[in-house]
Design a protein around this ligand. Structure first.
Ligand code: ATP
Length: 248
């Protein structure tokens, strides 16, 4: 039997600026403990889907106008991003967003802002994160702004892990990074998934890479899911090969 869902997005519609219909009824499911990919070209609506889930559309004048979103057994449609983090759902935004003027370690510690379980537990988790990301340990005292793109992406994921999430929404982790570095990052994501039980929803233009690590994928085209399936089935699909596997 498939695992029960940790996240279900049911037929959501998103409108920007009151008139621009960008998501036209998107439904998707992330099973507990899964790594699910949202694939599609630039502008298909991947970022919008993730921001709809984490309720981050207001600052962009976007709004979910239809549908519902459930996480870990409850509706989350109206919850603030901070409340969502407390419940275990956190987004790592596209472009990494580390604080450039803080050290890697300070960046990681900012990820614990919603926690109330004290310094010792937070220190333990810092060590746990350094175990998964040895490069962050080496660079712990470096200003994030002076570290490489790959290290900043690792820092952003590590910081999200500091909130003890059940699920991470990961937006375009491969962006601007060399294939070898992307592999390194996805290997760690897979490890966090297997050993820490964190579920992932990953938006990626890099179909090859995403389908190598995800268990299931959805393909988005101009605001609609046009295909979905197990990762290996998508990899073998002729249309996917023709239209998507050349990309990235
Ligand atoms: P990318 O890889 O560039 O992030 P994406 O698949 O994530 O692409 P979105 O960023 O979700 O796509 O954008 C989907 C559509 O919504 C695009 O046509 C985009 O121009 C439009 N869009 C995004 N943000 C806004 C906004 N704030 N106001 C109006 N339209 C927007």
């Amino acid at each position: 039997d498939p695992a029960p869902p940790i996240l279900s997005v049911n037929n959501i519609e998103v409108i920007y600026d009151h008139v621009i219909l960008v998501l036209k009824g998107v439904s998707l499911t992330v099973p507990k403990g899964g790594i699910v990919a949202i694939l599609g070209a630039n502008g298909a609506g991947k970022t919008t889907t993730l921001k709809a889930i984490s309720n981050l559309l207001h600052s962009e004048r976007g709004e979910v106008t239809k549908g519902s979103i459930e996480f870990d057994g409850g509706r989350i449609d109206r919850l603030s991003p901070n409340e969502l983090v407390r419940r275990g759902c956190i987004q790592v935004m596209e472009g990494r967003h580390c604080f450039g003027h803080l050290s890697i370690e300070e960046n990681l510690l900012t990820g614990a802002f919603t926690r109330r379980d004290g310094r010792a537990a937070i220190r333990d988790d810092l060590e746990m994160i350094y175990n998964y990301f040895p490069r962050l340990k080496q660079r712990r005292n470096s200003m994030a702004g002076y570290t490489s793109g790959g290290e900043q992406q690792m820092c952003a994921i590590g910081r999200a892990m500091m909130s003890r999430p059940k699920m991470i929404l990961l937006d375009e982790p491969s962006m601007g990074l060399a294939p070898q570095v992307v592999d390194e990052i996805f290997e760690i994501v897979k490890d966090l998934n297997t050993r820490q039980g964190v579920s992932f929803l990953v938006a990626e233009q890099n179909t090859n890479m995403a389908l190598k690590y995800a268990t299931y994928g959805y393909i988005l085209e101009t605001g609609r899911i046009v295909m979905d399936g197990a990762a290996d089935a998508l990899r073998d699909n002729e249309d996917v090969k023709e239209f998507y596997l050349g990309i990235g």
